[in-house]
Design a protein around this ligand. Structure first.
Ligand code: ADP
Ligand code: MG
Length: 697
């Protein structure tokens, strides 16, 4: 084997200055190959481009000085602090140096050595004289050596691998590595004004100027995002190429009739979204679209129109709701709006399936195309139901993350049905691009007219009585109210012992302050039939106060409800609280959401403040993301995408969008096969098994 050959997949152990022991330490940083090492980017830089003569040092500035060391000594204070001091002199003057608690320096340095020191000059508190006591780094200059000047990288390091090691080994790697071939076509480079890859890679480690550094970071962040986007698009393309989808005709009579009979005018965003959806459905490629819109933005009607379009084309549709309550509600809406035009809508939910006979009949009718649209929960629609001609599947995910549960319905059909996913999760755009990267995204930002903003207030548990007195006033004025609690029953576990369960709160309120008010109780352990009854009574206004667990979280629509009290608000996540309060503010009344908590934790306080400050779900999600970081934001729903090494989806929004657009064109054009081959190779190099299915192709 020739040692001069160089492969990025080689073990980093063979790099000059590394060796087996350091390679083992590098592995702890997830660095195994040469490529891993090359893409171990600096976390910061030190500007060491010019040497300052000691006489010209300025206070509070970080500077590089070079001089001879003398008077090196160490003393210990009474409190045990070890102070190392010395003098550094050059031809213009001298300055004291001070290190604290760094005994190893005594072994490394000795009087007479020439040092390059980078540090900040301060006024000494005792002597009042200038001293360099914030020393960022120093290196020994042996006879005949020149100081290494420039913008120096600072790498993420460990105890056993210091900056000097990284700088030296990286220099070796860059010297040994052949010029990196360009992986992007010239038109992309020109259009986006990106510097060549080889220049970028060398400049990110040792930038000749700050301008180079900026351009290098931009280029490498682009590449990283571009590669991932290409990977996602190739996956999307592959699934689309496999079988053909259905193509619908242009919008026809039936759709027009339904549209004209809607009880309201669509908002601009709703119109735009439906137009896009209609176009997707008319195309031969299967639709894979995500509609993202805050709670109450009116996603349902867009889905309904899409379903009507499918029906108009002789196809069937399925609408999957996240809960039974919601399935019931959608069924009511759909049947009142659609049945008068001859569209046959069926509900498959607890209500119906309690009778095996009715359920069987709906299954039979669906199979024989005697039903056009089936509405149910995810479970009900999936289990064993088969369609004569399924054309569109709508999934209402509400705030659930991820696209993990791809419907099994899809696999049964001969042609791939179109698919529409709706989510109320206000995921920032940048995140959508990465998490839902294989779906096209439509955004409904505009709210239907006439919505009053919800006033959100957080209160300490001490003020509970005041809060409920206020609720009583609202109810006396004709409104209705929700009280939401985190748990059903007091659990045995220590952790939740202080939580007031819904049942207890219900007892306390309905016998106490609300004893003359009709109250209802709703929780997840109730039988579906009981739930329906309780919900129905609240909807019709028979009950005024509804105490519940989070089962009311999703989609329930009672416009007269204007107050929501959340007990133990600190137990809920930001996104969930935002969803919850979306239940109020649906009518013309001024609405309130009152968060009761007894938590003093900063993070809980910060969350309450964010909720008080904005009603905009998107802003809120971004703040939540900042507060918790992407990992926690997505919780257990693994997004399964590689970690980014240099790009930052918040800071680099513009780069991300450019990368997305470029990737889209690139993958569909496939004009330049050479680039395509190198793209696959780079994907494999950078992300290995994450994109295995396409890199093996
Ligand atoms: P979400 O996006 O949260 O699912 P919905 O589809 O349930 O929201 O809509 C919330 C409410 O707004 C419903 O009562 C619906 O009838 C109403 N709505 C939807 N679109 C409009 C509109 N363009 N104008 C007026 N009201 C609308
Ligand atoms: Mg909804």
């Amino acid at each position: 084997m020739s040692r001069t050959e160089f492969e990025f997949t080689d073990n980093v152990m063979y790099l000059k200055g590394v060796g087996p022991r350091r390679a083992a330490a590098l592995e702890k940083l997830n660095i195994v190959t040469m490529y891993d090492f090359l893409t171990h980017y600096p976390r910061a830089y030190e500007d060491q481009r010019t040497i300052t003569p000691i006489a010209n040092l300025e206070l509070d500035q970080t500077s590089v000085i070079v001089g001879r060391l003398s008077n090196l000594s160490m003393r210990e204070t009474r409190t045990g602090l070890k102070i190392i001091s010395a003098i550094l002199s050059d031809r213009t003057g001298h300055i004291p140096l001070t290190w604290f608690n760094q005994e190893y320096i005594m072994e490394k340095l000795s009087d007479g050595m020439t040092l390059v020191v980078i540090g900040k000059t301060k006024l000494d508190g005792w002597s009042g004289e200038p001293v360099m006591n914030q020393i960022a780094s120093f290196s020994i200059l042996y006879p005949g050596e020149k100081p290494r000047l420039g913008i120096m990288p600072i790498y993420p390091a460990t105890a056993s691998l210091n900056q000097n090691f990284f700088r030296a080994a990286m220099t070796n790697l860059l010297n040994k590595m052949p010029a990196l071939p360009e992986i992007l076509p010239k038109n992309i480079l020109d259009e986006l004004n990106l510097i060549p890859l080889d220049v970028a890679m060398r400049s990110i480690h040792f930038p000749p100027t700050p301008e180079y550094l900026h351009a290098a970071r931009r280029r490498l962040a682009f590449d990283e995002l571009f590669l991932i986007q290409c990977g996602l698009m190739l996956i999307k393309k592959q699934t689309r190429d496999e079988r053909l989808g259905i193509s619908c005709e242009k919008n026809g009579r039936l759709l027009k009739t339904v549209y004209e009979n809607l009880p309201f005018e669509l908002t601009g965003d709703q119109k735009k979204t439906f137009k896009t959806v209609a176009k997707d459905m008319e195309s031969k490629l299967p639709m894979r679209r995500l509609i993202q819109g805050d709670v109450g933005s009116g996603k349902t009607v867009v889905a309904m129109l899409a379903l009507v379009k499918a029906v108009e084309n002789g196809l069937q549709g399925a609408f999957m709701a996240p809960t039974e309550i919601l399935a019931n509600q959608h069924y009511e809406t759909f049947s009142t709006m659609l049945e008068r035009f001859g569209i046959r809508v069926a509900l498959l939910s607890g209500k119906v399936t309690r009778s095996a006979k009715v359920k069987k009949e709906i299954y039979r009718q669906t199979e024989n195309h005697e039903i056009d649209i089936v509405i149910g929960t995810h479970a009900l629609v999936q289990e064993g139901l088969s369609f004569a001609k399924l054309g569109l599947v709508v999934t209402d995910e509400q705030h659930r993350f991820g696209v993990a549960q791809r419907s099994s319905l899809e696999k049964k059909a001969e042609l791939i049905p179109d698919m529409l996913v709706m989510t109320a999760t206000p995921i920032p755009r940048t995140m959508t691009l990465t998490v839902y990267g294989d779906l096209d995204v439509s955004l409904i930002k505009e709210m239907p007219p006439g919505r009053k903003p919800i006033k959100t207030i957080s209160r300490h548990i001490r003020s509970r009585n005041k809060v409920y007195n206020f609720v009583l006033e609202e109810i006396s004025a004709g409104r209705q109210a929700y009280v939401v609690c985190p748990l059903i029953q007091r659990s045995d576990s220590e952790k939740f012992q202080n939580l007031d369960p819904a049942i207890e709160i219900y007892e306390m309120l309905s016998r106490g302050i609300f004893k003359n008010v009709p109250c209802g109780l709703l929780h997840g352990k109730m039988k579906p039939k009981e739930k329906d009854e309780v919900m129905e009574k609240f909807r019709t206004g028979e009950t005024k106060l509804l105490v519940s667990t989070t089962v009311i979280e999703v989609g329930v629509d009672v416009p007269n409800a204007s107050v929501m009290v959340v007990e133990h608000a600190e137990r809920f996540g930001l996104a969930q609280l935002h969803q919850l309060r979306g239940r109020v503010g649906r009518g013309s009344q001024k609405s309130y959401c009152i968060l009761i908590s007894d938590s003093k934790a900063d993070i809980a306080k910060a969350r309450m403040e964010i909720l008080e400050s904005t009603n905009d779900g998107f802003k809120l999600a971004e703040k939540d993301l900042q507060l918790r970081g992407p990992g926690q934001f997505f919780g257990e729903a693994q997004h399964g995408l590689p970690d980014l090494k240099i790009a930052d989806v918040f800071r680099d929004v513009e780069i991300l969008i450019a990368a997305r657009d470029a990737a889209e064109k690139f993958v569909t054009d496939e004009e330049d096969l050479n680039y395509f081959v190198s793209l696959r190779k780079n994907l494999a190099l950078a992300y290995g098994e994450k994109f295995q299915q396409i890199t093996e192709a």
